[in-house]
Write a protein of this length. Structure first.
Length: 337
């Protein structure tokens, strides 16, 4: 069994821990937290060994009635791989610790691409991570863009991607970001960081991205215009996307007209935390004019990178190829709305 350490048990870390637990070839060796809070208590309730990410704060866990298994260094030393799910910038600080214990590490999209050996998207460049010591699972938005771009490149070729990203102002639990009552160009300069980030997956892709923040917490929304290398009928693109396991084509008959209903549907479908691991593409939005393709897609920022982290674990350790890993992850997590 692959022994997985998870350093950081917040929005992403707790979801990755639950997903790893579902895998037939993996086990959560433990999770690390910087301080005792409701998430630390939840980890203990779920039976995950709890480690102190900051040694000087170890006494705080005891004061809160939480037993810890030791410092994070012990966890890293005992694991086959560590998923760093700490806030942006902290992963870079942790890199030297992972190297000291010769434990390969996965980082999240908030870290700089030059920190790692390769950036990762399971559908697009799984093999690039094989045997790597440091891999960055790209951000929620880059993951969503990569999942669409990969099949389009393979089937038709892509000349240009233009994406406008309407981004949620904060996650539901990020109370420090609100109350929010504004619409902000973010960034006001062009391109946003998302285009260059996608180029860490497709280094020869021509892509421009714009970004803005809106007063919402549920999901991001992408408006895409992709210029293909040939003229394609919209129905062909719908058929192509329908074969992609991590793309969910929202049929018009479901009357899902926005992020709110998407989240409600995920909850009704029994998804843990109402998570939406797939790109959600409005089927009737897929349209073509000559060689230009247009569509709208919703991206759940809290969860779409979770299956990617699971696949990256197998990729780094050389435990499976892309097809085998994606199939296993999809089956165990129940991916496919």
């Amino acid at each position: 069994m692959i022994q997985v350490a998870i350093n950081g048990y917040g929005t992403i870390g707790k979801r990755v821990a639950d997903a790893v637990r579902e895998q037939p070839d993996m086990e959560v060796r433990g999770v690390a937290k910087t301080r005792p809070n409701f998430e630390a208590e939840t980890a203990v309730d779920k039976g995950f060994p709890l480690y102190a990410a900051v040694e000087e704060r170890a006494d705080q866990f005891a004061d809160a009635g939480l037993e810890i298994a030791g410092p994070v260094e012990d966890l890293v030393d005992a694991a086959d791989v560590v998923v760093d799910a700490t806030p942006s910038g902290i992963g870079a600080e942790n890199k030297s610790m992972y190297e000291a214990y010769d434990t390969p590490a996965l980082y999240q999209g908030g870290e700089d691409a030059d920190l790692v050996d390769t950036s990762f998207n399971a559908r697009s460049n799984f093999e690039d991570a094989t045997g790597a010591d440091h891999v960055r699972v790209v951000s929620c938005n880059t993951t969503g863009l990569s999942r669409v771009i990969a099949p389009l490149r393979e089937a038709y070729g892509v000349e240009k991607v233009r994406a406008t990203l309407v981004r949620r102002g904060g996650d539901p639990g990020q109370t420090s970001r609100g109350p929010i009552n504004d619409i902000l160009p973010n960034p006001v300069t062009i391109p946003s960081h998302h285009g260059p980030d996608v180029e860490t997956i497709f280094d020869d892709l021509d892509i421009d991205t714009l970004g803005m923040k809106v007063p919402a917490t549920l999901m991001h929304m992408h408006s895409l215009n992709v210029t293909l290398e040939e003229e394609v009928d919209a129905s062909e693109v719908r058929d192509l996307f329908a074969e992609e396991s991590r793309l969910f084509l929202i049929p018009e008959r479901m009357d899902i007209d926005g992020s709110g209903k998407l989240k409600e549907y995920a909850l009704d479908a029994g998804r843990p935390r109402g998570d939406v691991w797939e790109n959600c593409i409005w089927e009737e939005s897929i349209s073509t004019v000559g060689d230009d393709l247009y569509l709208f897609q919703g991206i759940h920022q809290e969860s779409d990178v979770v299956p990617e982290n699971v696949d990256a674990i197998r990729a780094v350790l050389g435990e499976a190829d892309a097809e085998e890993s994606i199939e296993t992850t999809n089956e165990t997590m129940g991916i496919g709305l």
